[in-house]
Write a protein that binds this ligand. Structure first.
Ligand code: PHB
Length: 370
C-alpha cells in the first residue's frame, strides 16, 4: 500500500464545490435517448448513478436546440420534458454524493439535412467538412452547410443561454461549453472552416468572438466558477478540422483571455492523433497550456492510472478526465484506489440502444463473487 494517497485521489476545490477526487468522468456520446423527444430515461439515471464515485461527472454532449443535433438519440437540454428527465439524473448523482456538470453541445456542420427536415445545418461558412455522419438511415456523407446569418448567430447565442438556464433548472452543479472536437465553436476558430469577412471571421479575435459571446451569455445564468470550457487545440484531419499555422496561436489567444474569467476549469485534450510531423502543432497540450492558463486545468485523452497520477504530480494539470475506462468500470476511482484490474470496454455497444454495454458493467466486488 502507498503511504501517501495517489495524486488522483486527493480532493480538489473547484470553485465552491468540493470534489472528492480528481478522477473526472469525461463527456461521452452514448446515444441512449431513444425516444422522439430526446429525453433522458431511467437508464440514464442508472448509468450516471453508477458512476457517481467520480470527483465530477460531465454529461454526454446535449444539444441546446433541435438545430444543434448531428447524431442519433443524443439527449437535449432545451425542453421542459428534457429538464424533468435530467432532474432525475442530477438527484441520483447527488444522492450518491457525486457532482455533475451538463455539457452543452452544438455540432454545427457535423450534421446532415436529414436531422433538420431537409434544411442545411448551420456553420460559420458554407464549407463542407467532408466527414461521415451517422443519420437515422446509417452513415452518410456530410453536405454543404448554411453560412450563419448575423441573426442566426444571435439566435444561437440565445439558445446556449436558454439551455444554460434549463441545466440550472435541472439541478446540475455547473455547465461545460463544448468548444472542442470540430463542432460549432471549433468551426468558428478554424481558419479553413471560417472564411467570414464580418466581425466573426478574418482574424483571431474575430474567430474567437462567437465563443466569448456565448460565454458572456451563459455567465448571466451561472456564476463563472460553475462554467467550464473544452478545447482540442491540436485536432488535425479529423472531425472536419484541418489545422493551420494559426491554430495554436488561436487557442493561445483564447486560453490566455480566459484568465480574465473566474471559470470552474479549462478542459483540454491531448492530440487525438500523432501530430509530431506537423511543425506548427503542439504535441504536449497540458504542458504548453499550463504555462498560459492560471486557473484549474483538466486534461483528457489516453490517460491511465499511472500517467494520470504523473501529470498531476508534474504540476501540468489539476484534474484528469477519463472516458472509455468509465464506460466499462463504473467504480473506476475505487479500482484506481485499490489498484484493482480494469474491465475492458466493448466498442460495439458504445452507441447502441439498450442496457447492454451501458448499465450492465459490474463493479469489482460483484465480479469477484460471481
Ligand atoms: C463521438 O461520439 O464520437 C464524439 C462525440 C463528441 C465528441 C467527440 C466524439 O466531442
Amino acid at each position: 500500500m502507498d503511504t501517501e494517497k495517489q495524486a488522483l485521489l486527493q480532493p480538489y476545490k473547484l470553485g465552491n464545490l468540493s470534489l472528492k477526487n480528481r478522477i473526472i468522468m469525461a463527456p461521452m456520446t452514448r446515444s441512449r435517448a431513444d425516444n422522439p423527444k430526446k429525453v433522458p430515461t431511467d437508464m440514464h439515471v442508472e448509468y450516471y448513478r453508477q458512476r457517481a464515485g467520480a470527483g465530477l461527472i460531465i454529461t454526454e454532449g446535449s444539444q441546446v436546440s433541435e438545430r444543434a443535433v448531428g447524431y442519433v438519440n443524443t439527449p437535449g437540454i432545451h425542453t421542459a420534458e428534457q429538464v424533468e428527465g435530467w432532474k432525475k439524473v442530477t438527484e441520483a448523482v447527488h444522492e450518491e454524493d457525486g457532482k455533475i456538470f451538463m455539457q452543452l453541445w452544438h455540432v454545427g456542420r457535423i450534421s446532415h439535412p436529414k436531422f433538420h427536415h431537409g434544411e442545411k445545418p448551420l456553420a460559420p461558412s458554407a464549407i463542407n467538412p467532408n466527414e461521415q455522419v451517422y443519420t437515422p438511415e446509417g452513415f452518410e456523407k456530410t453536405t454543404e452547410p448554411k453560412e450563419m446569418s448575423m441573426q442566426e448567430i444571435q439566435e444561437t447565442i440565445q439558445e446556449f443561454k436558454h439551455a444554460a438556464q434549463m441545466a440550472k433548472d435541472a439541478g446540475f452543479d455547473g455547465i461545460e461549453i463544448h468548444s472542442s472536437n470540430g463542432y460549432l465553436f471549433h468551426q468558428f476558430f478554424n481558419k479553413n472552416a471560417n472564411q467570414r469577412t464580418d466581425d466573426y471571421g478574418g482574424n483571431i479575435p474575430n474567430r474567437a468572438r462567437f465563443f466569448f459571446d456565448v460565454l458572456e451569455a451563459v455567465s448571466e445564468v451561472w456564476p463563472e466558477n460553475q462554467i467550464g470550457c473544452r478545447f482540442n487545440p491540436s485536432l488535425h484531419k479529423s472531425f472536419g478540422i484541418v489545422a493551420s499555422e494559426e491554430s495554436i496561436p488561436t487557442f493561445d489567444y483564447i486560453i490566455e483571455k480566459l484568465n480574465a474569467y473566474d471559470l470552474a476549469y479549462v478542459h483540454l485534450s491531448e492530440p487525438f492523433t500523432d501530430v509530431s510531423y506537423v511543425p506548427y502543432l503542439e504535441t504536449e497540450i497540458a504542458r504548453h497550456y499550463r504555462k498560459i492558463y492560471k486557473g484549474t486545468l483538466m486534461i483528457n485523452n489516453g490517460f491511465d492510472r499511472e500517467s494520470g497520477n504523473k501529470v498531476i504530480e508534474a504540476g501540468d494539470a489539476d484534474l484528469v478526465a477519463y472516458a472509455k475506462w468509465f464506460i466499462s468500470n463504473p467504480d473506476l476511482p475505487k479500482r484506481f484506489e485499490n489498484k484493482w484490474p480494469l474491465a475492458e470496454f466493448d466498442q460495439d455497444t458504445f452507441y447502441t440502444p439498450g442496457k447492454e454495454g451501458y448499465t450492465d458493467y459490474p463493479v469489482y466486488e460483484e465480479e469477484k463473487v460471481s
